[in-house]
Design a protein around this ligand. Sequence first.
Ligand SMILES: [Zn+2]
Length: 362
Amino acid sequence: MEIKRCIRCVMPENYPGITFDAEGVCNVCRYFDAKWGSLLASVEEQQRSEAKLRKIFEAAKRKNRPYDALIGISGGKDSSYMLYLCREVYDLNVLTYTVHNGFRTDEVNARVDKLVKVFKVPHIDCYEPLARELAGVCMRKTGHFCSICELLMYNTTQVIAAEYNVPLIIMGSSSRTEAPPPKHLNPWDPWYINNVLKGEHYQERLRCSFFARNYVIKAGLAQLLGRRRLLLLPNYVIWNEHKIHEQFQKELGFDFGEEHSDCWATRIAGYLYAKKCGGTAPMVSKYSMLIRSGEMSREEAISRLASLDVSEPPPELARFLEEYNMTREEFDEASERSTGDYMKGMSKLFNTLRKRLRGQAI
Ligand SMILES: [Zn+2]
């Protein structure tokens, strides 16, 4: 039976958190219009927004710290473009870093090396060997494994920003360009991870790792006291995926490939999300986002949907099972579990607040 979809994007009715109004438009489209509609429609507003951005950058430069801004580069399109803008367009003195979590591919590591050389930026490689193991604990207990990597990236950013007293942390993600799965499927806050790891034999090693402290509290204080600021770059400037791909292909020979191709397990994560989203592949919400931004037609998205098959796990599952010493039965059983038992108290509160601050509809 044909599934009902939003008449503007392609979000299906059985996706968690999706509702339709009387006209058949989904709540994410309505929320997006309210938040970003006028910016996308008006050149004057885009100019005002960019002027605001330049002011923030000037203020960071005036602080005269060793670096104006901190940027994490994964080798993916968003961080590559962010680096290009900060160096070539806004002339910021940036410090860059890359988080190694045990899921990176040689191809993206080579891209990072090239970026560092081309843009002539100082770069720090951060390794956290515990991340790979903890991802396995998450998979077994919660049916998903991305949370650890997300918290690792967050903590690493905060550690380096504090270490070098950087006034500005710049990120290449925003609710205008990203369409992540609903947060209750992938919470990553330190309270949640603590709950998951309670009773596991990791407590001593956690104390010697990037997971040692609750950096959400620390970062919140730094922001409140005006010592450091987090800036989501796509909130201020036009972020056209097609043009980014084209520019980097032409100038550096980069082929960014699929979404999140910097992680070899990304399609396994997609399979797990789809199981909990009524069979909807994560790319469906990505296509919907591109339609809202005017970068893809609904017809094109509909025709692409046909080739998205998430009913079976991808071939990479064999490597995953081997690395985590799991059988297919254990994986299937774990995939039925959920984050609910561990997402309570402070974790719940944090995720509700974050959704508001980031401007996410679901
Ligand atoms: Zn919609």
